[in-house]
Design a protein around this ligand. Structure first.
Ligand code: ADP
Ligand code: MG
Length: 337
């Protein structure tokens, strides 16, 4: 269907302006993510694309076709939601075959396409199981197969992993990406989970209060946040103003507002000997163990920083209350204002 283009799309519910002149474009065959906190308008935007909600203003184009006022059926889109929405009294096979039967396709074709889908989502042997007999991850694979069996032009996924356990979530997100690549289907994935977005996406659209505040590759979004909101939402960026730098030596005075990633800051017992590094004496305020990452909170009179180190040794190298030196390369500071 070519590129999906959205032009100046707006939607309000009464006085509440949920989407404010959204512009975006999605290349054929790519996997893009709408990332943002709860309530920022992600589901509303997805439902506008699907045609489940009428827009107030703006335009939605699939290639050269204006679909803004087409019914969902005419848009030929597959959709998967957080809460499965399977038919409880139909088994796996029947759930997946349902849409094909509605289309009154020949029995042979229904059988062949259903079988193919069951294979694609790795549910062989589960054909006769009812939804109540499946795990959350299996149910979501049925939902995915049920959407894909109709050969949609586009796949929309609204927080499909949010209800699942961490381990299943991690497996299923990779399976979804594999299937998307195999079918080369344009996919819009909605999530509030920045890790999910960074791992999966060709392109991320970060949403804040009904607007797209930044878009770009995962690498761009992560390393070059455009503003405070993205810097705060996407990592645990340290946000620093001019006055926060008072304690740092070897540092030409910087005016403005900067974002600094926790993993580019180093801690040592002695000051850094590398002349180029910006350095300051600080005190360890807190230590948080995050699996493979050890997170230090360090502070001086002017600021508090989050510093992430690889957790290599059994005992953390620094103790709470200890005087240390923090240092980083000045070019790691990203200007955000
Ligand atoms: P998200 O998916 O990012 O969490 P939504 O798109 O579901 O956000 O909702 C955005 C805002 O619109 C929220 O404040 C929500 O309460 C409001 N909203 C969503 N749907 C409706 C509706 N049908 N009627 C009124 N307000 C709604
Ligand atoms: Mg939502």
């Amino acid at each position: 269907m070519g590129t999906v283009t959205i032009n100046a799309l707006s939607k309000s519910y009464g006085d509440l302006n949920v989407l404010n002149k959204i512009n975006l474009s999605i290349e054929q065959g790519t996997f893009v993510t709408l990332l943002g906190p709860s309530g920022c308008g992600k589901s509303t935007l997805l439902r506008c694309i699907a045609g489940l909600i009428e827009v107030d203003e703006g335009q939605i184009m699939f290639g050269n076709e204006d679909v803004t006022h087409l019914t969902p059926q005419k848009r030929n889109i597959g959709m998967v939601f957080q809460n499965y929405a399977l038919f409880p009294n139909l088994n796996v096979w029947e759930n997946i075959a349902f849409g094909l039967k509605v289309q009154k396709l020949p029995a042979d074709e229904v059988k062949e396409r259903t079988r193919e889908m069951i294979q694609l989502v790795a549910l062989e042997g589960k054909e006769k199981a009812l939804p109540s007999q499946l795990s959350g991850g299996q149910k979501q694979r049925v939902a995915l197969a049920r959407a894909l069996v109709l050969k949609p032009k586009m796949l929309l996924l609204d927080e499909p992993l949010s209800a699942l356990d961490a381990k299943i979530r991690k497996n299923l997100r990779l399976q979804i990406r594999e299937i998307q690549r195999a079918l080369n289907i344009t996919t819009v994935f909605v999530t509030h989970d920045q890790e999910e977005a960074l791992i999966l996406s060709d392109e991320i659209f970060v949403m804040d209060k009904g607007e797209i505040t930044q878009f770009g590759s995962a690498k761009t979004i992560y390393t070059q946040p455009a503003n405070d909101f993205v810097a705060g939402f996407i990592g645990h960026y340290n946000i620093l103003n001019t006055e926060h730098f008072e304690g740092f030596s070897k540092f030409s005075h910087k005016e403005g507002r900067f974002a600094l990633r926790p993993e580019v800051i180093k801690i040592s017992h002695a000051p850094s000997e590398l002349a180029a590094r910006v350095t300051a004496p600080m005190q360890v305020k807190d230590i948080i163990l995050l699996g493979s990452i050890l997170r230090y909170i360090v502070k001086d009179a002017y600021t508090e920083l989050v510093v992430d180190c690889l957790y290599e040794e059994e005992i953390p190298a620094f103790k709470i209350g200890e005087q240390v030196f923090v240092h980083f390369e000045p070019e790691k500071l990203k200007r955000i204002g």
